[in-house]
Write a protein that binds this ligand. Sequence first.
Ligand code: NAP
Ligand code: MG
Length: 477
Amino acid sequence: MALAYAPSLETTPVRIAPRYEHFIGGRWVGSTGGETFATVNPANEEVLAQVAAGTADDVDRAVAAARTAYERSWRPMRPADRAKYLYRIARAITERSRELAVLETKDGGKPIKESRDFDVVQAAAHFFYYAGWADKLRYAIHGATDPAPVGVVGSIVPWNFPLLMAAWKLAPALACGNTVVLKPAETTPLTALLLAEICEEADLPPGVVNVVTGDGRTGAALVGHPGVDKIAFTGSTEVGKIIQRTVAGTGKRLTLELGGKAANIVFADAPLDQAVEGVVNGIYFNQGHVCCAGSRLLVQESVHDALVEKLAARIETLRLGDPLDKNTDIGAINSAAQHAKITELVRSGIDEGAVLHEQSCALPARGWYHRASFFTGVSQAHRIAREEIFGPVLAIMTFRTADEAIEKANNTPYGLSAGVWTDKGAKSMYVAQRLRAGVVWCSTFNQFDPSSPFGGYRESGFGREGGVAGLRPYLSA
Ligand code: NAP
Ligand code: MG
């Protein structure tokens, strides 16, 4: 049953230029190759703009600009003055928040209420938080009296939280006195370019932040550039492994924030309605394009049927459609390629014998969409239980005892996040302490704060972003 409702469109006008260039050394410059690529709106498949395709020469120019800025302006600057720039960027993000939110939604497909209330708010919060650290770095690492910056940082970010991941990378790097070359994802370059414009308007010294747009080849050129002192990468485990091999033996520093297959564990004593809300948030937030998504639901056997019934009813109420509609819960899938990947994995789930449940709404005629879905009858061996789907698709399995839940939750090469739902505090602690995950949420899910570290174990990567721990990768002490 689809719900009828009136759309409530976000109408803030946003200027999108027909063509975008790189931001290098404080200037907007075209690609040395002269080539561009299109970025499209996945909600309707319309081309939004042409964007410069970064070559190895472009990367070289950006690294040189970052090196000059590092030596001449940013590293020598008084830390309290660096902080002023970060505060200025944070305030500008807040002032231009609506514009950033609309741009993020158009370029990437996520619901406007998420861009507006989560991505942009958190991006500003990261700059505010790390601005406060800039003149207190002597307290950042125990025993180090005067930690120094690392140098030129190459930051590579994915398409699921384009502005926020750029903020996660830039804010701590700049606060510590490093300069940055940022490579946004091919499908979502526009908010990174608006962030560059904000840096320009904040009078950030030229070359402190550089943005080179392009695809994986541009990213690879940045990783391989000898003038880069550190790589900070968020994206797939597959590319993370390539980067780790490239960087091995070069002396470059590296942090990797990769994929996940988080277990969300619901015990029979949990308040079920609250747990269902947590399950929905855990898997359907941002269409499931979330590395820490609660994509495996482990539910205690005695409440499996009740929970599945509630979940089936709840997904019928999720509104799928135009991401610019303020009522939309499920927006567009980021790209045709990602849509194909999700579809292929859903097909494998059916073929391997699991039972698919999905919301019954109609899909828009244009654009890439996928209904909120979940599978029951899933075994741990199924691909949908092992592989990161990165879409709005949940795999439900059962357990009988806490130790069985822990064993199943840890039965994955990943280790990024997990959730535990029980009304017993001691049980939360018992389980949380035994889960091999960088973040464990108890009776909640997907909670973020700039003061709280985030990061993984094993194939989910290494290094932490956020909090005091998030400064360490950007300091040599
Ligand atoms: P990806 O290929 O790892 O992309 C992440 C970033 O790395 C993008 O900026 C990408 O550029 C760039 N890149 C690609 N190849 C590179 C290389 N050889 N060297 C350096 N940089 C390179 O991820 P994706 O293709 O967008 O997504 C694939 C899968 O990864 C998803 O289905 C999902 O499972 C997972 N994923 C995880 C996260 C996360 O936050 N953990 C985020 C996104 C995706 P282009 O985008 O321009 O190719
Ligand atoms: Mg796009």
